[in-house]
Design a protein around this ligand. Sequence first.
Ligand code: TXA
Ligand code: MG
Length: 330
Amino acid sequence: MEPISTRVIAVDPLQPSLKTLEEAASILRDSGLVAIPTETVYGLAANALDAKAVRRIYEAKGRPSNNPLIVHVSSISQAREFVSNWPAMAQKLAEVFWPGPLTMVLEHNGTLPKAVTTGGDSVALRLPAHPVARSLIQVANLPLAAPSANASGCISPTCATHVVKDLQGKVEMILDAGNCEVGIESTVVDVRTEQVKVLRPGIISSRMLEDVLGCKVLQDGQAGSGAMPSPGMLEKHYAPRTVAIWVEENPASILQGMKDKGLAVGMLALDKTPGAICLGTDPTTYAKNLYGALHTLDDMGLDRILVMAPPDTSEWAAVRDRLKRATVRL
Ligand code: TXA
Ligand code: MG
């Protein structure tokens, strides 16, 4: 497709101007694409009711057409417009975690175009907390289909510059509200059956879900029917272009071995390590800065990126999940 002109507009993250929101809304009504900040990562938004606009999302990202999209809404009642069944558990989770980084997979009622659901029986719904995303949904008065605003398979964007790298010339507008607060994508849960299943771990952990539901949740990358289960769970995803390697131990000797071979090597670490980007030992802060660090390392033209494995504990589950998909084993 011919490149189109992309406008990058700075917007106040807490009090976005109505004029900017109306401009973005008008693009969305005309089947256009607007990259928007959310509290997790930037999203590539289109009117979810407009099949033509939704198809443009797949084209812009190079996304496989069988990978369904999350529909973003601004209220529980708007979410319920698209489902045939709103289980008590969905209500419970929505009351506690919405607006916020939780996506719920429910049975759809056929209102949304197939381009969104990719022909399966379910739809993924999320009510984002970011004021810009929420206000835009309200001002446009439209549900917004929005995957992460990156080229398919690549690292998700946590600032407008990341979006520009992948999508300049492919979207009409990018709303720049600075860095995303959470930094990794929402937790995706399937709430269609009695036992809730986590399809993609996120900052809302299994323990937090269990505390609210009062029962165990399943971990399941294989759940779902019809369309691909949850293709974000594909083995390789969220990956830098540079070969990134998962390292459990002896980082210093691995690093030295590679340098001895004349390779340019970067490193992502938790603790202060010479020559490494250090993201610290707090999982929330680590998650917030993770994709920024991967983008930075990826832009350095290195031969290899070494990624030190965070601890194998539940509080690190979401970060470990993303890092494992971004890396290969030695
Ligand atoms: O935080 C987020 O979720 C961000 C922001 C922009 O909201 N969005 C995001 O979208 O990460 P995306 O498309 O990059 O990832 C959505 C994931 C994919 O793994 C997709 O396969 C899965 O959700 N998904 C979407 N609809 C689904 C469905 N009906 N059933 C199962 N999985 C679904
Ligand atoms: Mg994505």
